[in-house]
Design a protein around this ligand. Structure first.
Ligand SMILES: [Zn+2]
Length: 85
C-alpha cells in the first residue's frame, strides 16, 4: 500500500496546485502544505469554513466506523477459516 495516496477526506475541499500547496475550493485561497501533509489544509477548513468543517468531521467519523467494522469482519472471517482448517 502506498502512503502517498491521497486518501484524506480533506481533498474534497482542495485542489492540488503543487507539491507544497493546494487551493481551497471554498474560498480559492492557496494554502501551503509543507512536507506535503494535509494538516494545514484540515486546519484551514476548521478555522475558516464552519459548514465544511462539520461536514468533514461527520465524514471522518463515519469512515472511522466503517474501517473499524471492516477490520472486525475480516478478523472474524480469518478466525473462522483458521478454525475450519
Ligand atoms: Zn478556504
Amino acid at each position: 500500500m502506498s502512503a502517498k495516496k491521497k486518501t484524506s477526506l480533506v481533498w474534497n475541499y482542495f485542489e492540488e496546485v503543487s507539491e507544497t500547496a493546494a487551493k481551497c475550493l471554498v474560498c480559492s485561497r492557496i494554502v501551503k502544505r509543507p512536507k506535503g501533509n494535509t494538516s494545514n489544509l484540515t486546519a484551514h477548513v476548521h478555522r475558516d469554513h464552519d459548514k465544511e468543517s462539520s461536514e468533514l468531521q461527520q465524514k471522518e467519523s463515519r469512515r472511522r466506523l466503517e474501517t473499524q467494522f471492516n477490520e472486525e469482519v475480516s478478523e472474524s472471517v480469518a478466525r473462522r477459516l483458521y478454525i475450519l482448517k
